[in-house]
Structures are given as C-alpha cells and as structure tokens.
Write a protein that binds this ligand. Structure first.
Ligand code: UD1
Length: 432
C-alpha cells in the first residue's frame, strides 16, 4: 500500500492549477448512460474514482475513448448489463449514480447496496424513495437494489426530499429527464455540481429548470442525444490549496478555479486571517496575514454554506490558529477520524458528539499516521506540511480517489513529499 513521506516546515510558494471536479465528473459520466449517442466530456480529473466509474461503464458495454488524458468520449449504445456489482460499489459509493440513468433509459437497474463507510452509514434510502415516487418498483435482493419501471418508463411526480442529498438529487434528476411528464423536486441540493450536471443534461436535450436552487423542475423528454461539455473546477481541491498556503505560511497563486463556488470557504478563511485576493474570475492569490491566524468556529451545512468536504482541512488549520475553535459537523456522523491522527502529531482536540474543540496554536511534529477517508487524508497532508520533522502517512489510496497528481502539484510549489510504494521511494506519479 502506498504511503506519503513528507518533511514539513517549508512555506509553499508558486502557482498551482486546479483540476476538474471529481464530484461533478462522476454524475456527468453516469449521465452518458442516458443516450446511445456519444457524449464528450473535457476536464475529467485523472483520479481513481473516475477510473472506477469508467470501468463500470465499460463493463456494462459502453465504449470509452480518451483522445486526450482528460477528455472522455463515451458511447453507451450497446449496453448489455444493467448492473453495478458489489466489487465496484464497495470501492466507490458513487457507483449508485448508475441507478437513475439505467432505470430511466432501460426500465431496469441492479446496483449493489453500499455498505457502511468510514464516514458513517450513508444510506441511499432517499434515492430509492424518490424513484418510487416516479413509479419505480424497488426491492432488495441479496444485498442488491433491484429497481424496475413497470411500464418500461418512469412517470413524472412532485415530491420533497426529507433531507438534502447531493447524489440523491443528481440520481433523480437524471431519472426524471427521461420520465413521462413533469417532475418537481423540492429541497433539492444546490451544489455547483448539480448545476453542472443539469447543464450537461440540457445540452443533451433535457428540459431542467431551477438547478442551483432548492426547487428543480424537469419536463421529461422521449430521448436524449450526444453533447460536449467541460467539467467545472474542483472547489474542494481549491479550498485545500488555500489552506495549504495558509498553514505553511506560504504564498500561492491558485489558477483555473472558480471562486464563486467556494464563497463560504473564502469568507471563513478571510475571517481567520488568510489573505485571499481574486486576481480574476479563475485565479486566486493566497497568503497568510503577518499577524497570524485567529481561531474561528465553523459548522458544516449544505451548499451554499460551509461544506463538510472542507471540515477536516479546516480543523488542521485551526491547530495553527490562536485560541479555541469549535468545529461542528452536521452532515455526516463519524467524520472526525482525522482528529486522533492530528492529536498524535501534537494537536489539542477534544471531541464531544458532533463537535470538536480545537485549542491552538500547537506546534505539530512529524509522526506515523493513518489516512481514513478522502478529505481526512487531505487534512493529514496539510498537517504534515506544517509539522516539523518527517511524517509518514499510510493508506494514501484514499487521497488518490479524489486529488489529481497531488504529489506532483505539491512538489512543484516547494513541498518535500514523496510517494513510497512497497517500501521503495517512487517518483511522483504523473498520468501520461
Ligand atoms: C456527496 C459528495 C460528498 C459530500 C456530500 C455532502 C459526491 C460523489 N459526493 O455525497 O463528497 O461530502 O455530498 O456534501 O458528490 N442520506 C440519507 N439517505 C440517502 C442519502 C443521504 O440519509 O439516501 C444522508 C447522508 O447519510 C448524509 C446526508 O444525507 O448524512 C447528506 O448526504 P449526501 O448529500 O447524499 O452525500 P453524498 O451525495 O453521498
């Protein structure tokens, strides 16, 4: 299993390019199942989750060409199976995004039920109940969700999600795009990734209004066709690099990002004392205030508020801020697994329920630590970058799921980081 060896204490300086958003590329790739025509997607990040989803599409019978590394041309003309097997779903929960498109286009789908994961139980009951509202019959057979549309086609309906769910909204939006009649989804997720998916679907011929607001109106169409689309920049990678500049007291220019998508993060980090300037619509300049960082409380909420996917990185930063900060997690249970590793590095963190009290500023020192999930891994990398001495982070396959060429990107801005494969130091991986 790969590890990262990081020698910390170096201020990061220079320019870094943000990749395409993993959480947008995943539903957009799944959406290609809605049409027999070719869909071309640009700016697809080269990360493990996307490679997994690509394999799922190919296993089903789709052809995927990559004329360039980050361009995928997908043709789901000859789909032979309508199934996402356990082997894939257990490594990547987002495989459930195949359910909506398969059900809508072929009237049947079988997707293994995702089990518990590192950040909580994460059920998909809200997705399934919404499919039932569109007329699907859903049953659980030997750990698989089996869904069918009795007349071969889903029927539009009006309903409200009990709780805001991102992939749930995406799954149902894709299903409703090909349903008969109109669907109205209330309490829909408002993430930029929802807007990006709606934009792709509308280019394919769907009739979706309201993406980015809590009410989505979808007029079902008979069929969807091919389209070409560029995936939005990854807002969580952007936020992670802002924290990387701040925590190492460095200075970074972050390029090819969209500051509009992470307003809540930028606002919070400015309150903390990080100097963030928008050089233009897609470039940020970031540096730490000479006065240092102030501890500030934060609570995770659905978009447009502070994202749960930045909670771990924020907690790492708060170990370097003066004072006490309360970090409250409201989206996922059990999403503080990074805290125990940060404590091993010298952080002072007390957890009580869904609240972590971080007492700063504490010097961090290198240690052997374990990554537990994608964003937790990012926070450990950040902590290691500002720690004195060497940190060895095990199980970095978590970070490879969602951060493109992170070793290369960090090295190019001055970090001392190397990937160790089976006990041997390997050169940073670069997709070619
Ligand atoms: C997506 C993101 C993930 C992010 C999360 C919250 C992708 C691929 N992943 O995950 O990075 O952390 O949004 O912003 O886009 N829930 C249920 N039943 C359901 C569905 C969700 O109870 O059927 C609960 C979840 O357990 C969680 C909350 O709703 O407590 C929000 O989850 P959801 O928005 O669905 O997260 P994901 O879409 O899985």
């Amino acid at each position: 299993m790969d590890k990262f060896l990081i020698r910390g204490g170096i201020p990061l300086r220079g320019k870094v390019e943000i990749s395409g958003a993993k959480n947008s590329a995943l539903p957009c790739l799944a959406a290609t199942l809605l049409t027999p025509d070719t869909v071309t997607l640009h700016n697809v990040p080269y990360v493990k989750d996307l490679i997994t989803l690509r394999r799922l599409l190919e296993d089903m019978g789709a052809t995927v060409l990559t004329p360039e590394l980050r361009t995928h041309k997908i043709t789901a003309k000859n789909i032979e199976t309508f199934e996402a097997p356990y082997e894939l779903v257990k490594t990547m929960r987002a495989s459930v995004l195949a359910l909506g498109p398969l059900l809508a286009r072929f009237g049947q789908a079988k997707v293994s039920l995702p089990g518990g994961c590192a950040i909580g139980t994460r059920p998909i009951d809200l997705h399934l109940r919404a499919f039932e509202r569109l007329g699907a019959v859903v049953s659980l057979e030997s750990g698989d969700v089996v869904a069918t549309a009795p007349q071969g086609r889903l029927i539009g309906a009006e309903f409200s999600f009990e709780k805001v769910t991102v992939t749930g909204t995406e799954n149902v939006m894709m299903a409703a795009a090909l349903a008969q009649g109109k669907t109205v989804i209330r309490n829909a997720a408002q993430e930029p990734e929802i807007e990006d998916l709606a934009e792709l679907l509308n280019k394919m011929g769907a009739r979706i209004k309201g993406a980015g607001t809590p009410v989505l109106e979808i007029e079902g169409v008979e069929h969807l066709s091919g389209a070409e689309h560029t995936i939005i920049p990854d807002r969580i990678e952007t936020g992670t690099f802002i924290v990387a500049a701040a925590i190492t007291q460095g200075e970074l220019e972050i390029k090819s990002c969209n500051p509009e998508h992470i307003k809540a993060v930028i606002e919070k980090l400015r309150e903390v004392g990080v100097q963030i300037e928008e050089l233009n619509q897609s470039t940020l300049s970031v540096r730490c205030s000479p006065a240092g960082l102030r501890a500030m409380d934060v609570t995770t909420e659905p978009h447009p508020l502070f994202p749960t996917d930045m909670q771990a990185q924020y907690m790492a930063l708060m170990t370097q801020a003066d004072g006490t900060s309360a970090v409250t997690e409201t989206i996922f249970e059990n999403r503080f697994m990074h805290a125990s590793e940060l404590i091993r590095m010298g952080a002072d963190i007390q957890i009580s329920g869904n609240k972590a009290m971080v007492q700063g500023k504490t010097p961090l020192t290198g240690a052997r630590i374990l990554a537990s999930d994608l964003r937790a891994s990012a926070s450990l990398v950040l902590a290691a970058l500002c720690a004195s001495g060497e940190t060895l982070i095990d199980r970095v396959y978590h970070i490879d799921r969602g951060y493109e060429t992170i070793v290369d990107k960090l090295s190019s801005i001055g970090a001392n980081i190397e990937r160790i494969t089976d006990g041997l130091a390997a050169g940073a991986e670069r997709p070619n």
